[in-house]
Write a protein that binds this ligand. Structure first.
Ligand code: AHG
Ligand code: MN
Ligand code: MN
Length: 346
């Protein structure tokens, strides 16, 4: 038997499952340990349902537009709607979540919990399907989630204030990547771990323990089609990436799925930029359910995330669907980009 085949057969026995990992590490969670298990469990369950649907997307009538436009003026794809419903349903009935904010919902959803007592403690902010423009062409998509403890008293309905917390208050965050294999990558503030789904038995195994963002790298990821609209600092940094000197020119890689672009850069080393443009002065990506959770993971893996000038997780949000320019990835590369932003400003 080949070594590779042998390794594959042994993987289920050798590697921890996500379930085992959660139980072993739940002591690290600063609140009640069982709560974290229940939260992550409900997310991994919904992720399996979405994964199943994404995998057969070419076979059933789930590709294409759903016919609606979300609050941000974007066409909703059928899978956007499916994933949104799958996560909301799964998170609603587990006596743990008191509110959900989603890219696909105009306003947040209140969950009153058992006997309508409003005693659940966590809010979840979610991009149910990230990279939806890639669905129809069989390119990786993802899910991004951010979890906070509520700030308003238990026993009262959740309010906007519970959702508008700076990213540094997150108690957990993660993403699911529906790629060549499906992975869940998450942090609770003690490093970042990645689990790969074995689709044959529906179990996630710890495949990427203690993920680390390389301090530097040679990949830059930005939609250069918008170059003429970029701020001068970003234009200057792109020219720096392309200059022939030392390790440069860097390689350009851009999938157009935030989760996939970040995942690749976290493994290989690189920077991801979605800047503000003349047309979109706040950029495109959403602070609460795209940038904050990715920033938490990236920082926990030793990388950096900023809006070009200040740390993403220190920004005080003012609205649910707020957008923000995003510079994220290998620490030294983000710091270099920030120096160009600063120089062009002054
Ligand atoms: P979503 O599909 O959740 O709306 O997010 C799309 C985002 C992000 O995934 C990606 O990095 C970015 O939009 C790509 O935007 P451009 O096509 O403008 O480059
Ligand atoms: Mn997205
Ligand atoms: Mn989305």
């Amino acid at each position: 038997m080949s070594q590779i085949h042998n390794n594959l057969l042994q993987m289920p026995q050798k590697n921890k499952t996500l379930g085992e990992f959660i139980i072993e590490n739940q002591g690290e969670f600063k609140y009640s340990s069982g709560e974290l298990s229940r939260l992550i469990n409900s997310i991994r369950l919904a992720a399996k349902v979405v994964n199943h649907e994404v995998n057969k997307a070419g076979l059933v009538d789930i590709l294409g537009a759903a016919g609606d436009v979300n609050v941000q003026g974007e066409d909703q794809q059928k899978l956007d709607v499916f994933a949104n419903e799958a996560f909301i349903k799964t998170l609603t009935n587990r006596e743990i979540v008191c509110g959900i904010a989603s890219e696909e919902e105009d306003d947040f959803i209140t969950i009153r919990g058992r006997n309508e007592k409003n005693d659940n403690k966590y809010v979840v902010l979610i991009d149910p399907l990230d990279g939806s423009s890639n669905i129809d062409v069989n390119v990786s998509v993802g899910t991004i989630f951010s979890i906070f403890r509520r700030v308003t008293p238990e026993g009262t309905p959740v309010t906007l204030e519970d959702f508008l917390q700076p990213g540094r208050n997150q108690v957990a965050a993660g993403y699911i990547i529906y790629g060549t294999s499906t992975m869940i990558v998450y942090t609770t503030g003690h490093g970042v771990n990645g689990f790969t789904l074995n689709p044959a038995i529906g179990t996630y195994y710890l495949s990427h323990p203690n993920m680390q963002f390389p301090e530097s790298g040679n990949i830059y990821s930005v939609n250069e089609g918008n170059y003429v609209h970029f701020p001068q600092g970003v234009k200057d940094y792109i020219k720096f990436c392309q200059a022939e000197e030392g390790e440069r020119p860097y390689t350009s890689r851009y999938i157009g799925s935030l989760v996939s672009d970040i995942h690749r850069n976290m493994i290989k080393g690189g920077i991801y930029i979605y800047p503000n443009t003349a047309k979109d002065p706040d950029g495109k990506l959403r602070l609460l359910y795209e940038c904050n959770p990715i920033a938490y993971i990236v920082e926990q893996a030793g990388g950096k995330a900023s809006n070009g000038f200040e740390r993403i997780m220190d920004i005080q949000p003012t609205k649910l669907h707020e957008r923000v320019p995003f510079f994220c990835g290998s620490k030294l590369m983000v710091e270099k980009a920030e120096t160009f932003m600063q120089a062009a400003k002054s």
